[in-house]
Design a protein around this ligand. Sequence first.
Ligand SMILES: Nc1ncnc2c1ncn2[C@@H]1O[C@H](COP(=O)(O)OP(=O)(O)OP(=O)(O)O)[C@@H](O)[C@H]1O
Ligand SMILES: [Mg+2]
Length: 288
Amino acid sequence: MLEWFIPPVLIVGAALVPNKKLANWEYNLKHIYKHSWLVPIGKARKVIYHNFEQYPHLLVGGTTRFGKTVFLKSLFTSLLFSNQERVRFIILDLKGGLEFSKYRNIPQVQHFAKDIVDACKVLDHVYKLIKLDEERYLKNNWSNVTDTPIKERTFIIVDEAAELAPKLVNKQYKKYAELAQVYLGEIARIGGGLGYRLIFCTQYPVREAVPAQVKMNMVARVAFRMAERVGSMVILDETGADELEPIPGRAIYKIAEKKEIQCPFINDEMIGRLIYESRKNRNDIKNH
Ligand SMILES: Nc1ncnc2c1ncn2[C@@H]1O[C@H](COP(=O)(O)OP(=O)(O)OP(=O)(O)O)[C@@H](O)[C@H]1O
Ligand SMILES: [Mg+2]
């Protein structure tokens, strides 16, 4: 209302000040809660949490080098430490296993695949588990895992989902990719209610990389910077990610509304240290 009163030079100056509320920040375990499936995903003014009990699946997309894998690793760390005895991971690290293979031997990681053939075998296994669970739920008259005594949750993390897209893979792998699409679609469609959470991430935000059945069942979306509007449309169903500042870790989190966030920074050294300290503490307690 009083804008006319502010000298123009101050207005221009303010526009040049970096957005302080979206500054870079480091991942810290102080933001997680034991036995909660609320996971810190970024900061706006305050820490923003994603609730995996309310919105079981997450669609993640963005151009290369803007922070998708760092984001996945922060989710992995939060889930691991908030629910050490309750979380299970199935990791499809389709960039040749380069990002997550160092975690494949921790007890919570049940299956790990680094190529499309292995990914299909793992997804086939998950699908069979889902079908068995479905029968168990029917027998017990359960309709959603949140209303059952079951405390365990299984997270299927797919880093570079385009490697499973029939139109984008080499001809020889097309059949595998088609099968993978069916399994992923079923996990998204019926897995959520049974305690399976799909985190589906792609650097190629094109329609062919995100199967319709998966997208349809994913309410929560995270979009990092995209060069093109069409990429934003694929992940968010609206523009916005194409207008983000090109800063690693800057993203839009969308459920009903879009919110701009800065995701926490974490790297393998930090995760390694946290795992080492937690094992050491457990041994110290045992040795007492
Ligand atoms: N939240 C963050 N805060 C600060 N820097 C970040 C953040 N996320 C990522 N970066 C920086 O950006 C680099 C690339 O991040 P990352 O590997 O997660 O990108 P990506 O989107 O997975 O890329 P690609 O599509 O090539 O796999 C990181 O090595 C790190 O230096
Ligand atoms: Mg990556």
